[in-house]
Design a binder for this molecule. Structure first.
Ligand code: C2O
Ligand code: CU
Ligand code: CU
Length: 477
């Protein structure tokens, strides 16, 4: 039996409601009042100039995704979803006093940051988690600027779906503030259509395909409205915190100037009319507000096909096949002379092409009969350890033998994408830690691996990660 047929039959057996007429996106309750463009960081408890000290408490917390019905299985950091913004600047020492008041084991992970292995959340996950009622103090020095996020790193498909994720904004020294600097955390959640509560745990099908939601949220709500002013320069800092959804975004009436990605600013910005974001990825986007005073413009998401051609049969998206609004920008009647955007100078070496020294060739695959996803033929914890030397320019190849996209994420070091399926990527791109690996495609990455220790790598479709699509890499001093 072919893989497609097998999946199709699983879908029919496992999901009897599959063809229900009512299935589709869930609408918002009454729209929220318009809010100001900007952000509020967590309170810094240490007055010292170069120290940011904050408190983060995870708890069960019923939050409203915009349907008007609080989620009983919800969880949050500091009783807000997304969790509160951690703001610091290059060179700062960050101290996070973390308390776990949920009923699950947790560890915190600073996605994309080059911290030490002890602070990365993985050793805890494997050995000594922050148990219910326990606390732990994380401490690290900020050596990366840009836009990142933190989240729990245990039972991620459950805990991140429940709301345990938050943005991190780390300023570069030569960054000049735009008129509006706005973090936007994108997420979807799958609700039961009757109760509007988080739908029951994953079916086998969801485990294999990834859990797609039926509510799209910007900063934890499906109905955000943000006020804009004609002429202003806006920096949107976007992160995809969804379990499995790839977003394909466009902004009505505006183009998007990409100025940065996972590991900070790019050398050369470029302009697009739509932007695809895999789970875990970040993009920093400048928008020149050129809409009409009084006008409303929506950030829209269109369907992204996770599977190669023909896969749509087996992969119904609960948001449907069309375009769906994510948030709305509402122009007031005034006009300003906006601050010009000045591109900060990043420290990105231009490898431009793969280097000879091959660190590892990973193979991502699916075992349809076993219903599992694998790396190098195995599932966690049996994926063989990868050993590489520190401080040497090294190429990594990630080969996707399966018929669906996998967002591949590596902890603790940063990389440049130099080749996707044989096509060289132009120079001047930024640092990355999360990479879309399209179906039946090999992607080449280059790094000079400057952070020693044992680091996890995994697929950032959380169902896949929880299912064992993960391994460890040692960077040896
Ligand atoms: Cu977003 Cu292993 O992490
Ligand atoms: Cu990470
Ligand atoms: Cu995957």
């Amino acid at each position: 039996m072919s893989a497609l047929l097998l999946l199709f039959s699983v879908a029919c057996v496992g999901d009897p409601d599959n063809n229900k007429d009512s299935e589709g996106p869930i609408d918002s309750a009454e729209p929220k009042p318009t809010e100001a463009c900007g952000y509020t960081p967590m309170a810094d408890l240490d007055p010292a100039e170069n120290v940011v000290e904050v408190e983060v408490v995870a708890s069960q917390f019923a939050w409203d995704p915009g349907t008007g019905v609080p989620l009983e299985a919800g969880m949050a950091f500091n009783e807000v979803v997304p969790g509160p913004l951690l703001e610091a600047k290059l060179g700062d020492t960050v101290i996070v006093h973390y308390a776990n008041n949920t009923d699950m084991d947790t560890s915190l992970h600073w996605h994309g940051l080059r911290v030490t292995p002890e602070m990365d959340g993985i050793q805890q996950m494997m050995g000594d988690p922050v148990e219910p009622g326990e606390s732990f103090t994380y401490e690290f020095t900020v050596i990366d600027s840009g836009f990142y996020w933190f989240h729990t790193h245990m039972d991620t498909a459950t805990t991140i779906e429940a709301g345990l994720y938050a943005p991190i904004l780390l300023h570069a020294p030569d960054e000049r503030a735009p008129d509006c600097d706005m973090p936007v955390v994108l997420d979807d959640v799958l609700l039961d259509e009757g109760s509007l509560q988080i739908a029951p745990p994953d079916t086998d099908m969801m485990q294999l395909m990834g859990r797609l939601g039926n509510v799209l949220m910007a900063n934890g709500r499906s109905d955000r409205r943000v006020s804009w002013r004609r002429g202003q320069t806006t920096l949107l800092r976007l992160v995809n915190a969804s379990n499995a959804r790839y977003w394909d975004l466009f902004l009505e009436g505006h183009s998007l100037q990409i100025v940065g990605t996972d590991g900070g600013f790019l050398e050369e910005p470029y302009t697009v009319d739509h932007l695809v974001m895999a789970p875990g990825e970040r993009y920093m986007v400048v928008v020149k507000a050129e809409g009409d005073p009084g006008g409303e413009y929506r950030l829209m998401n269109r369907r992204f096909q996770l599977h190669e051609e023909g896969g749509d049969m087996i992969e119904p998206d609960p948001m449907g096949d069309g375009e769906n609004p994510v948030m709305t920008f509402v122009y007031d009647r005034t006009e300003v002379n906006g601050t010009a955007w000045v591109q900060p100078t990043p420290d990105v070496p231009a490898w431009g092409a793969a280097v000879e020294n091959l660190g590892h060739h990973w193979v991502l695959d699916e075992d349809m009969m076993g219903g599992t996803v694998t790396i190098d033929g195995q599932a966690w914890p049996d994926v063989p350890m990868v050993d590489v030397a520190m401080g040497v320019d090294t190429t990594f190849e990630v080969e996707n033998k399966s018929e669906m996209h996998h967002p591949f994420h590596i902890h603790g070091n940063r990389f440049q994408v130099v080749d996707v399926g044989g096509a060289q990527v132009p120079e001047g791109q930024g640092w990355k830690d999360t990479f879309d690996i399209p179906p039946r495609t090999t992607v080449k990455l280059v790094s000079n691996l400057d952070n020693p220790g044992e680091w996890m790598y995994h697929c950032h479709i959380l169902e896949h990660a929880d299912d064992g699509m993960a391994g460890m890499m040692t960077v040896m001093e």
